[in-house]
Design a protein around this ligand. Structure first.
Ligand code: BDR
Ligand code: CA
Length: 313
């Protein structure tokens, strides 16, 4: 079987960056057609810059990086510098990327790619707010049936929220976009906080990545040194959760994860619970399942995979 074609839609973000590195290190399994950037953790100019810095850190500059939407569909942007730092990628010493942005808009790239590739052969990996994907689906509804799968980091059930008491950041930033995706009928796999909070970059795990001695290893370790501080202070956990890399790890080794097919609806009306992912984990409604909602992961296996792949860069 050939490598699976993917587009990564992202708002780097240290954990997005690790997800990009994991994908860039895995060309045998993943054919990364392009990276589309969205506003989220930091504004679009920074996410589009950070994605190119990550490609350069990996020594993989032939992947096109597009800028997409600079604001949610119909709300002002909410950012997360308190988690990721002012650059979005605080930790390592950053540089001005040499790699240019690809010409054109990321939303058009998503539409054109899905129309051009064989139906059912392109997977969308979403690591940030779902604005770009929802905009593409709104503009070109014909592409929805052509998506192989959407694998997203977003939402929570047992862990409830991180940006508000009820909502996870990626869904909260653009709940209307998330609603469009969950109602689209496209196959969806979700990596919610329930699983990502189990995949912690503990000190020994980060030390193993640093010990690789490579540029990508150092870059990753320095990002994770910075990234852990927020969750360690907030949750008393042993390291930063590698939210977004779970999406890529799922494509590489799905046996590391387990979950349930459930119905997921998005709260878009309530001030109190805006962006909540109402997941019918216990099957108490007759609403049709629309997503595979992951709940557990083999964290040791995950870090073994990540470290082994980063060693290839
Ligand atoms: C998600 O929000 C961002 O801060 C992270 O990059 C991740 O995608 C976690 O809630
Ligand atoms: Ca992200």
């Amino acid at each position: 079987m050939g490598a699976r074609k993917i587009i990564i839609d992202t708002d780097p973000g240290q954990d997005d960056a690790v997800a990009l590195l994991l994908a860039l290190a895995s060309p045998q399994e993943l054919d990364l057609l392009g990276i589309t950037c969205v506003a989220g953790n930091v504004p679009l100019d920074l996410t589009a810059k950070n994605a190119r810095i990550v490609c350069e850190a990996a020594g993989k500059t032939d992947v096109p990086v597009y800028a997409g939407k600079k604001a949610p569909l119909n709300r002002p942007l909410v950012t997360a510098e308190h988690v990721h730092g002012q650059t979005g990628l605080d930790g390592p010493e950053l540089w001005e990327p040499q790699m240019p942005l690809a010409a054109g808009n990321g939303v058009d790239f998503i539409i054109d790619t899905l129309r051009h590739e064989t139906p059912g052969t392109v997977t969308l990996c979403t690591l940030g707010p779902l604005t770009n994907i929802a905009a593409a689906f709104n503009t070109a509804p014909d592409i929805i049936d052509r998506v192989q799968e959407i694998v997203m980091m977003g939402g929570a059930y047992f862990e409830v929220g991180n940006i508000t008491p009820a909502a996870e950041f990626n869904i909260y930033v653009d709940p209307e976009a998330a609603e469009i995706i969950f109602r689209s009928g496209a196959p969806i796999t979700v990596m919610p906080l329930d699983v990502t909070h189990k995949v912690l970059a503990t000190k020994p795990r980060v030390a193993a990545i640093r010990a690789l001695g490579s540029k990508a290893g150092h870059f990753t370790a320095e990002m994770l040194d910075f990234f852990e501080r927020f969750d360690v202070e907030k949750y008393g956990s042993e390291g930063g959760p590698l939210h977004d890399p779970c999406v890529i790890a799922w494509l590489l080794k799905p046996e590391l994860f387990s979950g349930r097919h459930v119905n997921v609806e998005i709260e878009t009306q309530s001030d109190l619970t805006l962006g909540m992912t109402v997941a019918d984990w216990w099957g108490v409604t007759d609403r049709q399942p629309n997503a595979l909602f992951i709940g557990d992961a083999d964290a040791e296996g995950f870090f073994k995979l990540l470290t082994e792949r980063l060693a290839r860069l």
